[in-house]
Design a protein around this ligand. Structure first.
Ligand code: NDP
Length: 248
């Protein structure tokens, strides 16, 4: 059911968007707010999360500073969100980092940071919302993967592994929780115009995208909303990449 209908009945959905302070997560936060949802924006930098909150349509949105790679921080943050705002209906895991480089030049510290933020982080946030979603027998989660996790890319071995891991995690969790009407899907973007891709926009890569351009965060946000609001889709990977995967 669409958020605005629920709001009309005085019970707007609560959505948590991790990585909501910038890029894809911010666009998702804005679209959800436009559709009448209450949004809890989570990122390490609370001021940046708050800046997103003040730009959202409507009221009752909140900002939280939390590093998703840290188990205790995640647990406390999600407990606070649920105590102060109620049950979480939607979770979007858009927090992520990249540390591109050939494997031989990638430090163990960078490997740990990539896996902890991109993979462990989503596992921790999913675990933190699940009990209440299972109890209320409803909820939807969208994890943000990458086409690189599906196809691989030289110079992104560890990033790719973190996103491939997220695909296996998403499909397995979807099987674990489907009987309680909780859905889990993966959205795999190609090149999207955000802080993460600032250095890539003028490069050769654009010519390999069949649609001939980078995607906009708002275009990914529409697909995230589609997955959140599609009651019969779970355990799926939706690729939003301007056709890039066809050329990889
Ligand atoms: P941005 O760099 O624009 O934004 C990343 C967001 O994640 C920020 O809000 C950042 O806030 C937050 N974040 C990073 N690390 C943590 C952390 N440890 N804990 C909490 N929040 C964190 O990235 P994009 O919007 O481009 O990327 C969003 C997701 O999409 C990522 O998972 C990325 O891997 C994926 N993706 C992006 C693509 C692209 O082309 N842009 C392509 C494919 C996938 P803060 O720094 O304050 O913590």
């Amino acid at each position: 059911m669409c958020c605005s209908l629920l709001q009309g009945r005085g019970m707007s959905r609560l959505c948590v968007v991790c990585g909501g302070s910038r890029g894809i997560g911010r666009a998702v936060s804005r679209l959800l707010a436009e559709r009448g949802c209450r949004v809890a924006v989570v990122s390490r930098n609370q001021d940046a999360a708050q800046a997103t909150v003040v730009s959202l349509t409507g009221a009752d949105h909140m900002a939280f500073g939390c590093d998703v790679s840290k188990g205790e921080e995640v647990q406390k943050t999600f407990e606070t969100i649920q105590k102060t705002c109620g049950n979480i209906s939607y979770l979007v895991n858009a927090a992520g980092i990249n540390r591109d480089g050939l494997l031989l030049r990638t430090s163990p510290e960078d490997m740990v940071a990539l896996l902890h933020t991109n993979l462990l982080g989503s596992m921790l946030t999913c675990k933190a919302v699940l009990r209440s979603m299972l109890h209320t027998q409803g909820g939807a989660i969208v994890n943000i993967g990458s086409v690189v996790g599906l196809k691989g890319n030289a110079g992104q071995c560890v990033y790719s592994a973190s996103k491939a891991g997220l695909e296996g995690f998403t499909r397995s969790l979807a099987k674990e929780v489907a009987s309680r009407n909780v859905r889990v899907n993966l959205l795999a973007p190609g090149f999207i115009r955000t802080d993460m891709t600032v250095g890539l926009r003028e490069g050769e890569g654009v010519r390999t995208i069949p649609l001939g351009r980078f995607g906009e965060p708002e275009e990914v946000a529409k697909a995230v909303l589609f997955l959140l609001e599609s009651p019969y889709i779970t355990g799926q990977v939706l690729v939003v990449d301007g056709g890039l995967q066809l050329a990889m």
